[in-house]
Ligand binder design. Structure first.
Ligand SMILES: Nc1ncnc2c1ncn2[C@@H]1O[C@H](COP(=O)(O)OP(=O)(O)OP(=O)(O)O)[C@@H](O)[C@H]1O
Ligand SMILES: [Mg+2]
Length: 263
């Protein structure tokens, strides 16, 4: 039986020296949704997602993928569970073409030391992927060196999808993009959802979230504030939650009536 949530994180804490980046954060992602992840600078967005992607080991807390307890200690553990992350400081190899960037480090190799990389197969697969994702890249043989920021993001998406990511985390993918390129990337993200991928989208651009996400997760000071249904909130609601956080009474779960009965 399929679990309702493809990802559940329970009580995740993480500190760096004296900095408490995450405080007992609970988080859940539904199958096939786009979840916006928002919060001010330093709220803990990247740290939480890096914990899910196996880049950081949490100090405490548990992760469940597809209802099963997941022991994610390395990026490779996450990869095997179908979790892919495109990092904020997106790294592509400028000296390699599109296909090689998609398959680098995970060569469709034959034999030891990747000596017999199956080149033809690699280009065919890359070409197929580019078409399937409907991305704006003419050929897998194009060099990425002179590509626009948007095209580079698309290459990174293709890389994640080449290995059947079920869960894709993107950290500020539109931050450096102009309006047209950002819109193309948002269309690709929607397309990926249509293919059944569950997507975590970290962004400071709240209107993007309102345009394409199903729900939005708000962090502040390393604490979960809330998860909101995008269809039920305004831009103002989200911004207020990011800046001011949840009202203490509501956050603590104290019923308001108890206070009123004394007044
Ligand atoms: N590798 C690290 N070493 C030390 N401190 C870190 C490290 N990574 C994150 N932090 C600290 O943890 C806190 C949360 O950082 P994080 O990068 O998760 O925030 P963020 O919400 O992604 O912010 P931004 O919007 O600026 O990317 C910050 O105070 C940050 O300085
Ligand atoms: Mg960040």
């Amino acid at each position: 039986m399929e679990a309702e949530h493809i990802v559940e994180m329970r009580g995740i804490s993480k500190s760096f020296g004296g900095v408490q980046a995450l405080r007992r954060v609970d988080f859940e992602l539904r199958r096939g949704e786009i979840m916006g992840v928002v919060g001010d600078n330093g709220a803990g967005k990247s740290t939480l997602m890096k914990v899910l992607a196996g880049a950081y080991l949490p100090d405490e807390g548990e992760i469940y993928v597809d209802g099963q307890r997941a022991d994610i200690k390395t990026p490779h553990d996450a990869f095997r569970l179908g979790i892919g992350m495109i990092y904020q400081d997106l790294a592509l190899f400028n000296n390699l073409d599109v296909a090689r960037n998609i398959y680098v480090g995970r060569d469709l190799a034959r034999g030891p030391f990747h000596a017999f990389l199956d080149k033809r197969r690699m280009y065919e697969k890359a070409e197929h992927l580019i078409r399937e994702l409907k991305v704006d890249i003419k050929s897998p043989k194009m060099s990425v060196a002179r590509m626009s920021g948007g095209q580079r993001q698309m290459v990174a998406c293709a890389r994640a999808m080449a290995f059947q990511s079920k869960i894709l985390i993107m950290d500020e993918p539109t931050a450096a993009l102009g309006v047209t390129e950002a819109n193309k990337l948002l269309a690709l993200i929607r397309h990926l959802r249509g293919m059944g991928v569950s997507i975590l989208l970290i962004t400071q651009r709240i209107p993007d979230i309102l345009a394409i996400a199903d729900r939005v997760f708000v962090l502040k000071g390393g604490r979960r504030q809330d998860i909101l249904e995008v269809g039920q909130v305004t831009l103002d609601d989200v911004v207020t939650l990011i800046v001011k956080g949840k009202a203490p009474a509501a956050a603590e779960g104290v019923p308001e009536m108890e206070f009123r009965s004394f007044g």
